[in-house]
Design a protein around this ligand. Structure first.
Ligand code: ZN
Length: 244
């Protein structure tokens, strides 16, 4: 059944694929497959020890983080973070998956498919760009860094969605496009009362409707932004205020 068939084997991946894996059965972590058994993805640099390879000293350097730094695996450049603190890394598939499974994020999903998915962070109605453009964006962002990580407005799913589509919100007050963040946003105080069945029946319709409203392919406030112009696009709000 297509609704549950997004699981893929590493051998089935194609360059430019947007994939995700479940972490602690709670949330999805996303990345872009760039070939040679590696993915480029974004992590929260504050929650995960920042580890980058110093070309000068030819050694791995930790820049802090709450958790103990991880030892890079035997794969060449696994864990490489070229812009220290950016959170944008290249990682081998095994380290990305950890003990979980791999799933392919679905693009050009129907509205029915989008709403039918119980959890956010697995599909969008948006159309993806060709693989070479996707890989160019991911590689460029590994080399140059991306917008600062933010759990709600700019997380690993936002990073992968941008790589796949080049789309960003033109709304200065709202940048985030990831469906799992919108799912958290959609949970209101009144959704958290009553027994589990009551909570589900009140929260689920609101979650679906919010997810549909904020879906990258259905939103009206998104624009295509070239990866080379990303930093100036992101600075718009500050420039706006400076002009006042
Ligand atoms: Zn690895």
């Amino acid at each position: 059944m297509e609704l549950f068939s997004q699981k893929v084997k590493p051998s089935e991946l194609e360059k430019g694929d947007h994939v995700y894996t479940w972490r602690k059965s709670m949330y999805t972590h996303h990345g872009i497959f760039v070939g040679e058994g590696k993915l480029i993805h974004m992590v929260n640099p504050k929650a995960d020890g920042i580890l980058h390879f110093s070309a000068a000293s030819k050694s791995w350097i930790s820049s802090g983080g709450r958790k103990k730094e991880k030892t890079p695996c035997a794969t060449s450049d696994c864990g490489l973070e070229k812009v220290a603190g950016s959170g944008v890394r290249v990682t081998c598939i095994e380290c990305f998956i950890k003990k979980g499974s791999l799933y392919r994020f679905k693009y050009e999903a129907s509205r029915e498919f989008l709403v039918a998915k119980l959890r956010g962070g697995t599909c969008t109605t948006a159309r993806p760009d060709p693989p070479e453009e996707v890989i160019h964006r991911a590689t460029y962002l590994l080399e140059n860094g991306y917008i600062e990580y933010d759990l709600i407005n700019n997380n690993c799913e936002d990073f992968a969605l941008y790589c796949k589509t080049g789309l960003l919100s033109n709304d200065i007050d709202y940048q985030g496009r990831s469906s799992q963040a919108n799912m958290v946003h959609s949970t209101k105080k009144e959704d958290r009362v009553g027994n589990p069945v009551q909570r589900f029946t009140t929260a689920f319709p609101r979650s679906c409707s919010k997810r549909e409203n904020k879906d990258l392919g259905l939103r009206k406030d998104v624009v295509k932004v070239a990866v080379e112009e990303l930093s100036s696009f992101h600075l718009r709000p500050r420039l706006f205020f400076l002009e006042i």
